[in-house]
Ligand binder design. Structure first.
Ligand code: URA
Length: 212
């Protein structure tokens, strides 16, 4: 699929999400929140679900957790416009309750399609709900955060959810360290290939030289 076909397919997917009625959350949402960012993108971020502000604006991570996310991204030289951001659930659960298994199940084909279209070099998994959906049984986030894991040819790294760090400041250092690890990984994979070896000049045997 060409880049413009992928971009168009992503727009179609966004439209489907905006009118989705696959689970009960459509009845309580203000806006569905498909995702934002470029296609393709080296970095794709997957959070849990829209909250109050996201539901109001139809965009992911626009509240306090989003501000912290932007600060962490800036710390490794990335802007929000550089990354594709979405959530496991595209609609806000009432009172920001945890996603229910049937809701995550209904939404999961959207996330799978997004992964296929965005073709990220690395997926940042924010929080335990996204971790359980993308790498089921991988382990508690307190143990596996910051580790790069490969699945289906895609690299994933689980990170503490920025909202958790807003409530527990001791997580900030871990988050910053893990973001630094993401930067190092990107530097490695985005490194331009070394220039080709110079081709040695053929040695000329003076005896073979003929004068014109
Ligand atoms: N928390 C999330 O997981 N996603 C958002 O979009 C906002 C807050």
């Amino acid at each position: 699929m060409s880049l413009s076909q992928a971009s168009e397919a992503l727009q179609v997917l966004h439209q489907e999400v905006l009118t989705c009625r696959k689970c009960g959350l459509h009845a309580t949402r203000t806006n569905a929140v498909p995702g934002t960012g470029p296609c393709p993108a080296d970095v794709m971020i997957v959070g849990e679900a829209p909250g109050f502000n996201e539901d109001m604006q139809g965009k992911p991570f626009v509240g306090a957790a989003g501000k912290l996310l932007d600060t962490l991204l800036a710390g490794i030289g990335l802007r929000r416009e550089d990354v594709y951001v979405t959530n496991v659930l595209k609609c806000r659960p009432p009172q920001n309750r945890d996603p229910m298994p049937n809701e995550a199940e209904s939404c999961s084909p959207y996330l799978e399609r997004q992964l296929g279209l965005i073709q990220p070099k690395v997926v940042l998994i924010l929080g335990r709900h996204a971790l359980e959906r993308l790498l089921p049984g991988h382990g508690p986030i307190s143990r596996v955060h910051g580790r790069m894991v490969e699945k289906g040819g895609v690299k994933y790294v689980a990170l503490f959810h920025p909202a958790a760090a807003l409530h527990n400041a001791s997580l900030i250092n871990d988050l910053q360290r893990d973001f630094d690890g993401v930067r190092r990984y990107l530097d490695e994979v985005l490194k331009p290939p070394p220039p080709p070896e110079p081709v040695p000049e053929p040695e000329v045997d003076p005896e073979q030289l003929t004068l014109l």
